[in-house]
Write a protein that binds this ligand. Structure first.
Ligand code: GLC
Length: 572
């Protein structure tokens, strides 16, 4: 189904615009652009800022409110740009600051806000401060900006503590003096090329306030804050062994007692965000901070979005909830309760550049911890048809919920994970740090298809692509789906249009009982949503029999709600 009248404004954005008096971010749909893989204007196989500018109309048509760009800053690209060597420079791979300004202006002119990624937990080892620290002596002010420690053992030959890196292997690397003799160790919660800053250091705090102002001065509407639960480490850096089953970023299984690791979710981070809140307040309009904080339980995560801290936090517990009626109902209720207890909107997210795409993930049958990924040798190969069917149903459910929603580029095309990437193409540090034991995240980062028959599916004119694209992606291309009422693209754009028209993002939900807990049934204003998470077809609840079905994630007969299907009804 197509529609000619998308509701979002054609006029340039008013900096302080509100919808019915509510700040824009309370109900926004934010589209994550992974710049490496969105659109490549110069044909080198790496997406770039000019490519984004050239494709903004497609996002306008989709009906999103804002874009968030993963890092495009100067970086040796050891962790795809999450290893920043200069926070105020654009990496030549992606273009120039002028290209950034052009893109921002073009987005704003289309009524689309712009959020950039801030990576404050660590820099690249090529950052000038880290290079200065290496050249300086133990105990120097240069070393005090990072976390250098003497090793344990008689000759300092053992790491200062037992912490592991999120990407596998130890979280410490020993440095060497100019003459080759061993020196101190430095902490890196991620790759060894990503040394952690010491956030008790005044230089570090000052630099990041300046970085915020640098991008705010250029007109950005906000920041997604990378590893926003990791900046502060517990005093004394005590040994810690995470509980079995804990995610490497700190998330835990729902049935486990939450444990606070000495490097995740420390109380001291909040003071930093209160300071940043004040920096944003120096600027006109409604600027936002959005936390990537893998903290459990949700009541704790809500501390990140108290009114004097950040505006949003990614709801990872929701992302990690299986396609299961009771589990979804519980997490939706808990999310709304936790975030509203501090006056913040809930957010919803199903995919991003760190997790298996939900069109594949929802058809996995075994545990797949965040960051491990799937590849050719993974025994549990997801059924593509089932995965897509569930993904469409899950997205249609998510987009009916009140609060903010995040969409990861390509999910609106129903893209599956690229499972069969050749080993030699893989780039995620996880793959290297675990000697191939974990595939990592490359499978969700493959450049997206625009046109079925163009080189690199229209990603780049030359056909170059930094990760190889699967040969069977033609039908997923945006142009192949556009105008086809049954396509995933049109499902998303219709859902977004209805969501905006009926202001579902600012709404509230009321549950109804279908007498079968695999059926989720709720209303949000004039829209009633029914999702069948079960394995058998169900009938549409009697009160909805005469209501108009205005959206459905799968084909259906009148009166039927097939398995793995979400439908929306207009119930005035
Ligand atoms: C965040 C990013 C991830 C990156 C890591 C280290 O989790 O989303 O891609 O590898 O931080 O910066």
């Amino acid at each position: 189904m197509t529609h000619a009248t998308a509701p979002s404004p054609d006029a340039p954005l008013e900096a302080s615009a509100t919808i019915d008096g509510a700040e824009w971010w309370r109900s926004a749909v934010i589209y994550q652009i992974y710049p490496r893989s969105f659109a490549d204007a110069n044909g080198d196989g790496m997406g770039d800022l000019a490519g984004i500018t050239s494709r903004l109309d497609a996002l306008k048509q989709l009906g999103i409110d804002a874009i968030w760009l993963s890092p495009f800053f100067a970086s040796p690209q050891k962790d795809a740009g999450y290893d920043v060597s200069d926070y105020c420079a654009v990496d030549p791979l992606f273009g120039t600051l002028e290209d950034f300004d052009t893109m921002t202006d073009a987005a704003h002119a289309r009524g689309i806000r712009v959020i950039v990624d801030l990576v404050p937990n660590h820099s690249s080892d090529q950052h000038e401060w880290f290079q200065e620290a290496l050249a300086a002596a133990p105990g120097s002010p240069e070393r005090a900006r990072y976390i250098f420690r003497d090793g344990r053992g008689e000759h300092g030959e053992e790491a200062p503590n037992n912490w592991d890196s999120v990407f596998g292997g130890p979280a410490w690397t020993r440095t060497a003096n100019a003459d080759g003799s061993p020196d101190q160790w430095y902490l890196h919660l991620f790759d060894s090329s990503q040394p952690d800053f010491d956030w008790s250091n005044a230089d570090v705090r000052r630099m990041f306030r300046d970085v915020l102002r640098f991008w705010l001065d250029r007109g950005v509407d906000g920041f997604r804050v990378d590893v926003a639960h990791g900046l502060v480490k517990a005093d004394g850096l005590p040994d810690f062994t995470p509980p079995v089953g804990a995610g490497s970023m700190g998330g835990q299984a729902a049935d486990e007692e939450p444990v606070t690791a000495p490097y995740w979710g420390q109380e001291g981070v909040h003071e930093i965000y209160r300071e940043w809140n004040q920096v944003l307040a120096e600027y006109d309009g409604q600027r936002v901070l959005c936390a990537e904080a893998w903290v459990d339980p949700l009541e704790k995560m809500a501390l990140w979005v108290r009114s004097d801290e950040m505006q949003q936090a990614f709801n990872f517990p929701y992302l990690e909830t299986p396609w299961n009626g009771p589990a979804l109902r519980t997490i939706i209720d808990e999310s709304l309760a936790a975030f509203s207890s501090v006056g913040a909107p809930s957010t919803w997210v199903l995919s991003n550049h760190d997790v298996v795409r939900h069109a594949s993930r929802l058809a996995l049958t075994a545990e797949n911890p965040q960051g491990h990924g799937i590849g050719p040798e993974t025994g549990d190969r997801p059924d593509r048809e089932l995965g897509l069917r569930r993904a469409r149903a899950a997205s249609a459910l998510m987009l009916a919920l009140p609060g903010g929603a995040y969409i990861y580029q390509g999910e609106e095309l129903g893209l599956p994970e690229a499972i069969d990437l050749p080993d030699e193409a893989r780039q995620d540090p996880t793959w290297f740090r675990t000697s191939g034991e974990r595939y990592g995240r490359d499978g969700c980062r493959v450049p997206i298809p625009w046109e079925a028959d163009a080189p690199a599916y229209g990603f780049s004119e030359t056909g170059a692509s930094w990760l190889p694209q699967p040969e069977d992606w033609g039908p997923y291309a945006r142009a192949s789906q556009s105008g086809d009422a049954d396509s995933t693209l049109e499902l998303y754009s219709r859902a977004l249009w209805l969501r905006s028209t009926h202001q579902l993002g600012l709404g509230a939900i009321e549950w109804h009982d279908a007498g079968d807990d695999s059926i989720l049934w709720f209303s949000n204003g004039p829209i009633t949503v029914v999702a069948n998470t079960g394995v058998t077809d169900a009938v549409v609840p009697t009160p909805l029999r005469d209501a108009t079905r205005i959206l459905a994630s799968s084909p259906h007969d009148e009166g039927t709600l097939p398995a793995d299907t979400t439908a929306w009804f207009l119930t005035p």
